[in-house]
Design a protein around this ligand. Sequence first.
Ligand code: NCD
Length: 361
Amino acid sequence: MRHLIDPTDLTVQETEEIIDLALDIIAHREKYSEVCKGKQLATLFYEPSTRTRLSFTAAMMELGGNVIGFSDANSSSVSKGETVADTVRVIGCFADIIAMRHFKEGAPLVAAQYAKIPVINAGDGSHAHPTQTLTDLLTIKREKGRFDNLTIGFCGDLKFGRTVHSLIKALSRYHGIRVILIAPDELRLPGYMKYEVCEKNGIPYREVNSMESVMHELDILYMTRVQKERFLDEDEFDRLKESFILDPAKLRTAKKDMVILHPLPRVNEITQEVDADPRAAYFRQVENGKFVRMALICKLLEWSKGGSDKEVISRNGLIVDRMICSNKRCISATEDVPQLFRLVDQEHGIYRCAYCESKAK
Ligand code: NCD
């Protein structure tokens, strides 16, 4: 069974196969209109979504398949206390593939361990969002024609912004990638991303406090919203919500062919005047999301044909039930699942949770 829980669950070659299939779907849409006839996608959304859920729905419908699911945890048996593990065991009796969004980090990984059908992570807490990454990659391919030799500025909420984490992971596998992190001190990229993703993969990164000082260097500017729903302290959110606002004046020194991306929804971090700039690619990016999800559904169903007994997470090298995750938002804090840790840095003795990548307590 193949799942997509983390962007690196796909090899670079598989990722590009999906991107290429999405490009073929764009060029020959009629060819794909019955590819998923008789198949059901279940969208299990425990957290709000517009684009992701509807683009999954539109994608499955364009492939000739059907969609079932819920868009609000309160309307499902979760409100009666059902576990993720049980919910997906049940859904596996009705559907062929699951797209799950959950406010708990690691919930889709739990789902993948119990479901007998492919599970797609459609966003887990502030951890990961691999299908947004595929969307971003298809957009980068269409706008820039390459994944190598790019300087990318990530701006805004780099701490809670799961789309940023997943895109950096995916891009860290290419050559000549340079990352510039533009964020207030409170919303900097988490340590595991800097040390275990960027540094380990030889990706140079720089942390700066101003967009203007680096604008001229960028091939891509990836804007993000300050993630209000992840803040425990409302005053802190109020203080940070206007940290970075992109407007036409700030774009004056940008390259003529720089591309502006944003996973959306936008709140106030890009002014509406920017929308008319040809470099603003965020609405084109949304459309790419549907095509790449069509390609992903096709590929996961194809790769899962015939089944496979391969473990979702190999227990080899994992430390089981000997430590506890430090992250209160991790699924392992509330659901009865084995505590799984891997040693990521032998020199400093750092173990990270297999569900959410936080440190052990
Ligand atoms: C993003 C998400 O849900 O993480 N939205 C999306 O899926 N396109 C970004 C966000 O909510 O800010």
